[in-house]
Design a protein around this ligand. Structure first.
Ligand SMILES: Nc1ncnc2c1ncn2[C@@H]1O[C@H](COP(=O)(O)OP(=O)(O)OP(=O)(O)O)[C@@H](O)[C@H]1O
Ligand SMILES: [Mg+2]
Length: 186
């Protein structure tokens, strides 16, 4: 059983710890046991999207591990060139390099009809690798799953609607980061 001690971050659903025996991996554990299907869904999402988004997402291990905090999902832990854990996007000064990374990520989503709904800033990490700032989307559980209240979930049936909802959220993300979302830039 893995003993998790060093917490890196906490979201609404999970906590993320440094893997105790591999410093380049992290273990995500659930805050509430009932959310267990999240892991399976996220791994499925990852397997499907990785060919399109390989440069922008982290690697996931297929098998869950047993930890002192319940079952955990193991994934890549992003570290910078100096070995420190990479920082969230909002801890960086947003420059053209990061903006370009975001534009290319969004281009891939729109080009391949990959619909995500959760673009909160905590899901974006900037890794400094070989001196370059690389944008990473570290939470893919919202793929094709819009959690906000919607009576008929029509976006699961009509891809045009899914696109509209996603673009609305992307606009919000761009605004939070201080720039305009324009289809010509992606
Ligand atoms: N691979 C990683 N590298 C660095 N930090 C990470 C990584 N994965 C997660 N984190 C940190 O842990 C936090 C929680 O992880 P994650 O987004 O998976 O949790 P969540 O509860 O599923 O998120 P949400 O609140 O979006 O539903 C992140 O916001 C981030 O600070
Ligand atoms: Mg998250």
């Amino acid at each position: 059983m893995l003993i998790l001690e060093k917490c890196i971050g906490k979201g609404a659903v999970r906590e993320c710890y440094v893997h105790p025996t591999n410093k380049n991996k992290c273990v995500k554990v659930l805050l509430k046991k009932k959310d267990c299907p999240v892991f399976e869904r996220e791994f499925k999402n990852y397997s499907f999207i990785k060919e399109f988004l390989n440069d922008y997402i982290i690697d996931y291990d297929k098998d869950l591990v047993e930890t002192n905090k319940g079952f955990g999902m193991v994934c890549e832990l992003l570290r910078d060139d100096d070995g420190t854990v990479s920082k969230m996007i909002f801890e960086h000064e947003i420059n053209d390099e990061i903006k370009k990374g975001l534009d290319l990520f969004v281009y891939q989503l729109l080009e391949h009809n990959l619909f995500f709904y959760d673009f909160n800033l905590n899901n974006f990490v900037v890794q400094i690798k070989d001196g370059k700032k690389k944008l990473k989307y570290i939470d893919v559980k919202s793929f094709e799953r819009n959690k906000s209240w919607c009576f008929l979930k029509l976006e699961n049936i009509f891809s045009l609607l899914a696109r509209i909802v996603m673009i609305r959220r992307l606009k919000r993300l761009y605004k939070e980061l201080g720039f305009n979302f324009s289809r010509s830039c992606v």
